[in-house]
Design a protein around this ligand. Structure first.
Ligand code: PLP
Length: 417
């Protein structure tokens, strides 16, 4: 534990909320009153302003304007507008970010682009424990390109030695999805550059939760998620970042009309739009983008430094209370103890982790489970309260004390965990 003095009673936890400088922002979200929601790292809740905005787009814009809305309501510019709002959260210039598609599809575009930016270097390096979709996308690209692309997967400790003159791009996820451990973005970007390679960061669990400075680090490429800490709604579009110095030579492997220099000339031949606009492929999902725009505002208005400060306080409290109140229960911390190396989530290991999480969910504490034995808790600072942390640990302790996880209904596997 760090310097935090642990509350001795639930009243003391409530007092932490009363003194919280960003506590009032919770009211901006629609959250069921009886739930303790510690899964905003997988799906953020709806900002109230997003509900209003989507209703307005449905009735007033779609219903009122029909196809005229592309111009009269600026739908055609919405991907770039939302991108410009995301840019300051990740240390990018507005024209270096584009919003489209999912992380998986954007990774495909940017990995292919990276190989073209480093001709004669066929290797993509990543770590074996990276998020599976990142690995699947790279595997699929390598299969398509045959000898022109090879995926080199190594353990984290072997990453540096994997950076040889064959490497086009180092692809890393900034925040480990299991442990919440953060890579040193500046150091790995420098290491990739020293080897003549580019770096591609996956910011799925970073954007809107921890400070990111893509520009300051000299990063080349990045992708990030709209439906986690940016609260854009289930399946919200993702974003891509390409450093301005690469715009001239940037080639996407997916050519579509929305990434054409002049889509409404209906020319026979493809001409890429300037800069990151060429990363657009098909027609943008306006309802999803409208929700995402309000989701981004819901964190941007608080500011990343206040979010980070509260996130550290929440995770320190959780770890401290688990240490103090759940000792001897077979739990182990699966995240870094030093707050500087930890993002906004905490993992606990337990041999019966799946059943324990199901019992917690039945007790209205929503986290998630990741194999083999991780209970994962996200502490989205825009709306999680200190008293939620207190109550979650109290219920976890109760479940472990009474072994109430040890029931067939808590062991039955669900399709989405
Ligand atoms: C959540 C997450 C994704 C999601 O990818 P989609 O294609 O947008 O579903 C990708 N990478 C990481 C590291 C994630 O945590």
């Amino acid at each position: 534990m760090g310097s935090m003095i642990l509350p001795a009673t639930r009243e003391e936890a409530l007092a932490l909320d009363a003194a919280d400088p960003i506590g009032r922002y919770r009211d901006g979200f629609l959250l069921p009153g009886d739930l303790i929601y510690l899964d905003g790292n997988s799906l953020g809740p709806p900002p109230r302003r997003a509900l209003e905005r989507v209703e307005e787009v449905l009735r007033g814009e779609w219903g009122g304007e029909l196809i005229r809305g592309w111009t009269s309501r600026g739908w055609i510019d919405l991907p770039a507008r939302v991108a410009a709002a995301i840019a300051p959260l990740v240390g990018a210039a507005p024209n270096e970010v584009m919003v489209a598609d999912s992380i998986s599809v954007n990774l495909y575009k940017l990995l292919a682009a990276a190989l073209e930016l480093r001709p004669g270097r066929p290797v993509i390096v990543s770590e074996v424990d990276n998020f599976p979709t990142d690995l699947y996308v790279a595997q699929g690209l390598a299969e398509l390109l045959g000898g022109r692309c090879e995926l080199r997967l190594v353990e984290r400790a072997r990453l540096r030695e994997a950076l040889d003159p064959e490497v086009a791009v180092l692809m890393l996820t900034h925040v480990d999805f299991r442990s919440g451990e953060m890579h040193d973005m500046a150091a790995w970007t420098q290491a990739a550059h020293a080897a003549g390679a580019l770096v591609l960061w996956d910011l799925a669990h970073s954007a809107g939760a921890v400070p990111v400075d893509l520009g300051g680090c000299g990063a080349d490429l990045a992708v990030g998620c709209g439906y986690k800490y940016l609260n854009g709604g289930p399946g919200a579009p993702a974003f891509s970042f390409v450093a301005g110095r690469h715009h001239g030579a940037l080639r996407s492997p997916l050519w579509g009309w929305m990434g054409h220099a002049a889509p409404f000339e209906f020319a026979t031949s493809y001409q890429p739009a300037p800069g990151v606009a060429r990363l657009l492929v098909g027609t943008p999902p306006i309802l999803s983008l409208a929700a995402l725009e309000r989701g981004v505002e819901s964190v941007a208005e608080i500011g990343i430094s206040q979010l980070r400060a509260k996130s550290i306080a929440l995770t320190e409290l959780f770890i401290g209370l688990v240490d103090r109140d759940c000792g001897g229960q077979g739990l182990e911390l699966g995240s870094p103890r030093e707050p500087a190396r930890r993002a906004s989530q905490v993992a606990l290991r337990h041999p019966e982790g799946y059943a324990v999480m199901q019992a917690l969910i039945a007790a209205a504490v929503i986290g998630d489970f990741r194999p083999p034995d991780l209970l994962r808790f996200g502490f989205a600072p825009a709306y999680v309260r200190f008293v939620d942390v207190w109550d979650a640990v109290a219920r976890l302790r109760g479940i472990l004390d009474r072994r109430s996880w040890d029931r067939p209904e808590h062991r039955a596997r669900r399709k989405v965990t």
